[in-house]
Design a protein around this ligand. Structure first.
Ligand code: NAP
Length: 470
């Protein structure tokens, strides 16, 4: 737990705490340290020893190029006036009022760690999971290390048509050789090696024009060596409202999706080992179980209707179908979780805010801000968090500047590191993290992989302690 001593300083610096070291947190730190108007020192906290949030624990292991953004985050972390406090959990090790006692401003960037439910019977049966659990498991996120998935089932059903559903489908479709070159968790690598999954269904409640996946991600499905994409023959027979939308309003991603789906439909069957079925216009109504385990899923065919507000919604018909399966993933979006003592809107799963400034019972909190998914909801790619974080940082700095107050440093407020030491919290500095990263990278190199992730907090801390001492 070595950290630079930042207590003595001139000029007095504004101290800012950022809670959550995913993309939004790092982009916010970058902006805070880049601006020249106000002298600022930043402490970045994470409940895990490891930084980078969903870039480490969410981005699929076969998408290493996306993970290259960590180089930018490392450059940000290398700056003067930055400290990292990993293995420090807000609400357990530090609370809201302690943060406000030690910092001039606090920015919450904790993302959306939970998932949305479907609210249908059978959702809690064994074999029914959130995509979040599967994604966390294959990415060696410590929270999901002990999860088990029924990969003996020959059919797997993924509900939802976003990029997470595409990730899950791709990971289930890959050959062992492809996965073995990635930083997938060891548990997932070995379980998937003996997977019997042959038919993977991606289920969308609306049609091709409304699919939430993006063309670059969907195109990858066409290049899976062992898996072919299957669409129903009438999959692209669009309803009048979708046709009109496609012709008059659709952006380029939707048009590209339709072109791609046409290409998929026209590709002759190639008799590959696995099939990936993309099924539009169906909603799950029940996950059926036998002896407590998923045995099938009942689906209702939908039709699309245009509402007076112009939105195109799914409406159930009386046509039903049932798919036999022992493995169901709901991939219908992430959901934010409340932080102890911090305002939270249950309906949207976000922290209520105005341009990033937190609202408590409708009134702005002068020293508290938020950015990323917990601010705006779980949408967008990694880069979307940059302008989002900049907006929040600008709002924070202008409020501090016009507050008429002096930085807390002028009042000899003690360093947070002292409070953590008093509590015997073994926090991880960025230097410590780099030791752990180096350990993971070397272990990966030996197997021709980018890294071999350490999968529990306990083991991570053991590695950190032994390396920092020796
Ligand atoms: P998402 O893009 O919001 O997709 C959610 C899907 O779930 C939609 O198809 C939605 O359909 C469906 N859905 C919602 N409620 C449903 C219900 N009750 N019944 C049936 N279907 C339902 O969410 P995501 O896939 O979790 O992705 C989150 C964000 O991360 C997205 O912005 C995504 O692009 C991003 N991401 C990017 C990448 C990448 O760039 N490679 C990878 C992963 C994730 P409706 O449209 O009908 O609501």
């Amino acid at each position: 737990m070595t950290q630079p001593d930042l207590t003595c300083s001139s000029p007095p610096y504004w101290r800012v705490a950022v809670i959550g070291s995913g993309p939004a947190g790092f982009y916010a730190v970058g902006e805070l340290l880049k601006q020249q108007e106000m002298p600022v020192k930043v402490d970045l906290f994470d409940r895990l020893p490891t930084p980078y949030g969903l870039v480490r624990g969410g981005v699929a292991p076969d998408h290493q190029k996306i993970k290259a953004v960590c180089k930018i985050f490392d450059r940000i972390a290398g700056q003067e006036h930055f400290r990292y406090f990993g293995n420090v959990e807000f609400g357990r090790d530090l609370n809201r009022s302690e943060m406000l006692d030690h910092y001039d401003a606090v920015l919450y960037t904790v993302g959306s760690r939970s998932d949305r439910k479907l609210g249908i019977p059978g959702e809690d049966l064994e074999g029914s999971h959130s995509a979040t659990e599967f994604v966390g498991w294959y990415n060696a996120h410590p929270d999901y290390r002990d999860k088990r998935f029924n990969l003996d089932s020959e059919q797997a059903v993924i509900i939802g048509m976003g990029n997470v559903a595409i990730d899950v489908a791709r990971i289930l479709s890959h050959r062992h050789e492809e996965l073995a070159q990635t930083d997938i968790s060891d548990e997932a690598l070995s379980a998937l090696a003996s997977s019997r999954v042959k038919d993977i269904w991606i289920i969308g409640r609306r049609g091709p024009v409304q699919a939430a996946f993006t063309p670059v991600e969907a195109r990858e499905l066409m290049h899976l060596p062992e898996t072919e994409v299957v669409l129903e023959a009438d999959a692209l027979d669009l309803d009048p409202a979708s046709q009109r939308f496609l012709q008059e309003e659709a952006g380029k991603d939707i048009r590209k999706n339709i072109d791609l789906l046409e290409e998929m439909l026209e590709t002759p069957p190639r008799e590959k080992k696995k099939r990936l079925h993309i099924l539009f216009l169906v909603s799950p109504v029940e996950i059926v179980g036998e002896q407590g385990k998923v045995s099938s899923i009942k689906l209702r065919r939908n039709q699309l209707v245009e509402k007076p507000d112009g939105s195109i919604r799914a409406e159930g018909t009386d046509r039903m179908l049932e798919l036999k399966t022992g493995l169901v993933f709901r991939s219908v979006g992430y959901r934010g979780e409340p932080l102890p003592g911090v305002p939270f809107d249950e309906k949207s799963g976000t922290i209520p805010n105005e341009q990033g400034q937190i609202l408590e019972e409708g009134s702005p909190c002068p020293r508290e801000y938020t950015a990323g998914w917990i601010k705006r909801g779980p949408s967008g790619v990694v880069g979307t968090n940059k302008p989002d974080a900049i907006e929040s940082v600008k709002k924070m700095l202008s409020a501090l500047d016009s507050s008429g107050k002096k930085p807390l440093e002028t009042k000899q407020v003690p360093d947070i590191a002292q409070l953590l030491r008093n509590r015997e919290v073994d926090f991880v500095s960025f230097q410590d993290w780099k030791l752990l990263e180096d350990y993971e990278t070397k272990a990966g190199e030996a197997e021709g992989r980018p890294r071999k992730k350490v999968g529990t907090v306990k083991e991570m801390m053991e590695v950190v302690r032994s390396l920092r001492e020796g």
